[in-house]
Ligand binder design. Structure first.
Ligand SMILES: *[C@@H]1O[C@H](CO)[C@@H](O)[C@H](O)[C@H]1NC(C)=O
Ligand SMILES: *[C@@H]1O[C@H](CO)[C@@H](O)[C@H](O)[C@H]1NC(C)=O
Ligand SMILES: *[C@@H]1O[C@H](CO)[C@@H](O)[C@H](O)[C@H]1NC(C)=O
Length: 502
C-alpha cells in the first residue's frame, strides 16, 4: 500500500509535468509578472484569451484562447475567423493577471511607425505557423516597422531591481536592424539613457559587444548598447545561433546579470555570461523603467525583424534550475516548423503564367518590362517578346527556411527574380544577398476571392502581390499606401497560375 507521502509525491510530480512555464517560475519563488504567447497557455490552469485578431473584410475583432486549460492556441478558430480575408494580430494578452497586454506600439524618439498616428504596423496573423505536439498554432512574425508595447505595465522591475526574461524565437528570422527586443524599456518611448532598458535581443546587430562568429546572437539590449556579456568586446562563449527554435534568457539583479540560451526544440540551456554588470557608464546600477516592448527598441527603433512565439518576465531573479525546468517544458511542448503554403499547389520547377482575376482585367498577366513589373494583355497570339516577359519558372524559396514558399525566376532573363523594393515588385538579378533572398520569397495561399492563389511576401507578411492601376505592389488590406486600398483587394491579390507562354 502506498504511503500518503508517496501519493503526495506522485501528485506533486504529476503536477510539475503538467505545469506551464509560469507555474514553474512560481514554484521557484519567482512568479511571472507578464506572460505573452500566441501559441499556448503559459499556466496549466489558463483558459483566457491569448491574443486578439482583426480581419480585413469588416474590421471585426475576435479573441483566440487555448483549446483547453493550459493548452495550445485554438488555431482552427483563427483559420475560420480569417477565412477568405486577411488578419492582423492587434493585441497579445498578458496571462499573468496583471493586465500587461501588448498593443500596437506608439511613435518614439527614434522613429514613428507608418500607420495613422505614427503607430507601428501590426503583425500578420499567418506569418509564423508552427505545430506544438502536432497541433497547429501561430507565432508573431515581426516585419520591419511592426512592433508591440505597453508603457504602463504593472509589477515590472524598476531601477536596479531584479528581473528575469525568456523568449522562444525563430533562429532563422532576424536582421541587423535595431532592435528585435523583448523585455523592459522606457515608459515614454524615448532613449532616456544607458541602463534604462533590459531586454532579450536576437539578431546580428552590433554595438558594444558581439558573440562568436557572424551571428545571429542572443544579446541584451540595455539601451544604447547590445551586450554579449560584461565587457564591450567579443564574448566567444556567446555562440552564433543556428537552430530553428531558440530559447533566449536575460536576467539581472544588483551588480550581477546573465545571458543564457538554447535550442527551443531540444536539449538544455547554456550560460553564455554570468557576472558583473558592463563596465561602461550608466549600466551599474541600472535605471530600468518597466515598460514592456516586443520587436522594437526602447525609443521605437523599428527596423528589426524576428519571430516571437512565447515569453515571460519575472520581477525577481530566477535560479538557473528554474529556467532549466522551463526549458524542459518548452522542449516538451515540441515546437516544430511547418509549411507556410496553403491553397492550390504551386510546384517548384514548373513554368507558369499569373493571370489577374479582377473583373476589369481577366486577360491581363503579370509581366516585366525591363525591371518594372505590371500587367499586360497576353494571349497565345502575342509576340514572343511579350510571352517571354509574362513567363516564370517557380523556384525553391531563396529563403531556404521558408518552407512551402517560392521564388519566381524570369524565363527570358535567367538569374533575375521578382522581388519587392520599396513596396513595388521589380525584376532584379539575384545578387545572393540576404536581403535579396528575403525580398524575393513569396508564400502561396488560397485566392481570397476563391480563385487561384495569393502570393504573400515572406518578409513583409501582411503584404501580397497586388495589381493596382496595372502596376504591381506588395499590398496590405487597408494599409497606409494608396495601393493598400480595401476596394477590390481580394480580387486584386488573387491570381490564376497557368501554363507559361514561353
Ligand atoms: C477598416 O478600418 C480602416 C481604418 O479605419 C478603414 O480604412 C477601412 O475602410 C475599414 N474596412 C472596412 C471593410 O470597413
Ligand atoms: C497590479 O496588479 C496587481 C495584481 O493583479 C493588482 O492587485 C494591482 O491593483 C495592480 N496595480 C495597478 C496600479 O494597477
Ligand atoms: C510585342 O507586342 C507588344 C504588345 O502588343 C508590343 O508593344 C511590342 O512592340 C511587340 N514587340 C515586338 C518585338 O514585336
Amino acid at each position: 500500500m502506498l504511503s500518503q507521502r508517496a501519493v503526495g509525491l506522485a501528485l506533486y510530480l504529476a503536477a510539475l509535468a503538467a505545469a506551464g512555464p509560469c507555474d514553474i517560475y512560481a514554484s521557484g519563488g519567482t512568479p511571472c509578472i507578464a506572460a505573452h504567447a500566441t501559441t499556448r497557455a503559459l499556466y496549466s490552469a489558463y483558459t483566457g484569451s491569448l491574443y486578439q485578431l482583426r480581419r480585413g473584410s469588416d474590421n471585426a475583432t475576435t479573441n483566440i484562447a487555448p483549446v483547453s486549460a493550459g493548452g495550445v492556441a485554438n488555431a482552427a478558430a483563427q483559420d475560420s475567423f480569417c477565412s477568405g480575408t486577411t488578419c492582423l494580430i492587434v493585441q497579445i494578452y498578458d496571462q499573468s493577471g496583471r493586465g500587461n497586454h501588448l498593443t500596437q506600439a506608439p511613435p518614439g524618439g527614434a522613429a514613428s511607425g507608418p500607420e495613422p498616428g505614427g503607430l507601428d504596423s501590426l503583425a500578420s496573423a499567418i506569418g509564423a505557423p508552427v505545430t506544438l505536439n502536432g497541433q497547429k498554432a501561430y507565432g508573431v512574425f515581426i516585419h520591419p516597422n511592426s512592433g508591440y508595447r505597453n508603457n504602463n505595465a504593472n509589477g515590472t522591475a524598476r531601477g536596479d531591481a531584479a528581473e528575469g526574461i525568456y523568449a522562444v524565437l525563430d533562429g532563422t528570422h532576424f536582421n541587423g536592424g535595431c532592435c528585435f527586443d523583448y523585455g523592459n524599456a522606457e515608459t515614454n518611448s524615448q532613449d532616456t539613457g544607458n541602463g534604462h532598458m533590459e531586454t532579450v535581443y536576437f539578431g546580428t546587430g552590433t554595438g558594444f559587444g558581439t558573440g562568436a562568429g557572424s551571428g545571429p546572437w542572443i544579446l541584451a539590449d540595455l539601451e544604447n548598447g547590445l551586450f554579449s556579456g560584461g565587457t564591450t568586446g567579443v564574448n566567444t562563449a556567446n555562440p552564433t545561433i543556428t537552430s530553428r527554435f531558440v530559447t533566449a534568457v536575460v536576467k539581472g539583479e544588483p551588480n550581477h546579470w546573465s545571458i543564457r540560451g538554447g535550442d527551443g526544440a531540444t536539449g538544455g540551456l547554456t550560460t553564455f555570461y554570468a557576472g558583473a554588470r558592463p563596465n561602461a557608464n550608466g549600466y551599474n546600477p541600472m535605471s530600468k523603467e518597466g515598460a514592456i516592448i516586443l520587436g522594437i527598441g526602447g525609443d521605437n527603433s523599428n527596423w528589426a525583424q524576428g519571430t516571437f512565439y512565447e515569453g515571460v518576465m519575472t520581477a525577481s531573479y530566477p535560479s538557473d534550475a528554474t529556467e532549466n525546468s522551463v526549458q524542459a517544458n518548452i522542449v516538451a511542448a515540441k515546437y516544430a516548423a511547418v509549411s507556410l503554403a496553403s491553397g492550390p499547389a504551386v510546384t517548384v520547377g514548373s513554368t507558369v503564367s499569373l493571370r489577374a482575376t479582377t473583373s476589369c482585367c481577366t486577360t491581363r498577366y503579370l509581366r516585366h518590362s525591363g525591371s518594372a513589373i505590371n500587367t499586360e494583355v497576353v494571349s497565345s497570339s502575342s509576340n514572343s517578346t511579350l510571352k517571354g516577359q509574362a513567363s516564370w519558372t517557380v523556384r525553391a524559396p531563396l529563403v531556404s527556411s521558408a518552407q512551402g514558399c517560392v521564388s519566381f525566376e524570369s524565363r527570358d532573363t535567367p538569374g533575375s527574380f521578382i522581388r519587392h523594393s520599396n513596396y513595388a515588385l521589380v525584376l532584379n538579378a539575384n545578387d545572393n544577398s540576404k536581403i535579396f533572398h528575403e525580398d524575393a520569397t513569396f508564400c502561396p495561399g488560397a485566392g481570397l476571392n476563391g480563385q487561384g492563389n495569393t502570393f504573400r511576401s515572406w518578409s513583409y507578411a501582411p503584404r501580397y502581390f497586388r495589381h493596382y492601376l496595372a502596376n504591381l505592389y506588395i499590398a496590405s488590406n487597408g494599409g497606409f499606401h494608396d495601393f493598400d486600398a480595401t476596394g477590390s483587394f481580394n480580387d486584386d491579390v488573387s491570381w490564376v497560375v497557368g501554363a507559361a507562354f514561353a
